[in-house]
Design a protein around this ligand. Sequence first.
Ligand code: GLP
Length: 245
Amino acid sequence: MIEIIRVKDYETMSLYAARLVAAQVRLVPDSVLGLATGSTPLGMYRELVRQHREEGLDFSQVTTINLDEYCGLPGTNEQSYRYYMDSNFFSKINIDPDLTFIPDGMTTDIDACCEMYDELIDFLGGTDIQVLGVGENGHIAFNEPHGYCFTAKTHKAELTENTMEVNSRFFDDPAEIPRYAISMGMRGIMSSKCFLIMISGAQKADAGYGLLRGEVTPRCPVSILQLHPNVKLIVTDDAFGKIKD
Ligand code: GLP
C-alpha cells in the first residue's frame, strides 16, 4: 500500500519526512534506520539535526544502515557517501559512530563485503524505516534499470550512463566519476518494515509515475515498492503534477 502525501515544496517535504523519522526514534529509541544519500534527503537531515540540538532528539541507541557507496572512493573523499553521511548528519548528532554502517568502497574483497552487509541486515532483522530517494531513471540505491531481473543481494553495481551524467555535477573532472558502486539489493531494501520515499522536482516525475502507476518491473526498480505493505510517498507538487495525469 502506498500512502501519498502531497506537499507544496522541498522544504515541506523535508520537514514532514524528518517528523516521521523523529517519531520512529522517539517511539523506539534503538531503531534501525535505513538511510539514503543524494540531494533529496539533505533537508530532512538538517531538520533532524535541528531537532537533536533544540529538542533533544536522542540518537544514542540508534543503528543506521546506508544503501550504497561508490567503489574506489575512501571515506575521506568528499564525494563518498561515508563523507556525506558523516558531514551532513552523523557528526552533528549523538549517534555512536560504530553503529553507522555503510559499505566500504575501498574493500579489496567486494564479494565478502557484500555478503557481510547482507548478514548484517539479517542480524539486525531488517530496518525499521527505510528512507529513500529515487534516480531520474527509477533506480533505488544503485539498483539500476534492467530488462531481466531485480537483484536480490548486496552487489557491485555498474552505473548507467544516465546516472553518471546526473552525478557528474558533483565531480570537477568527469574522469573521476565512479563507474561502479556497492549497492544493497532488493532483498535487503524490501526487508524494511516501512518506507519513506521522497520525490521532488519535475525531473523525477517519470520515476514517480513508475512507482505509482506503472507495472512492477526491473526496468523501473522503484516500482518494486508496490509490493510492500507499508510505503509513504512524500511528493512535491512539481513532481506530482505529471504523475496524476
Ligand atoms: C544516487 C543514490 C540514490 C539517490 C539518487 C537520487 O544515485 N544512489 O540513493 O536516491 O542518487 O539522488 P538525488 O536525491 O540527488 O536526486
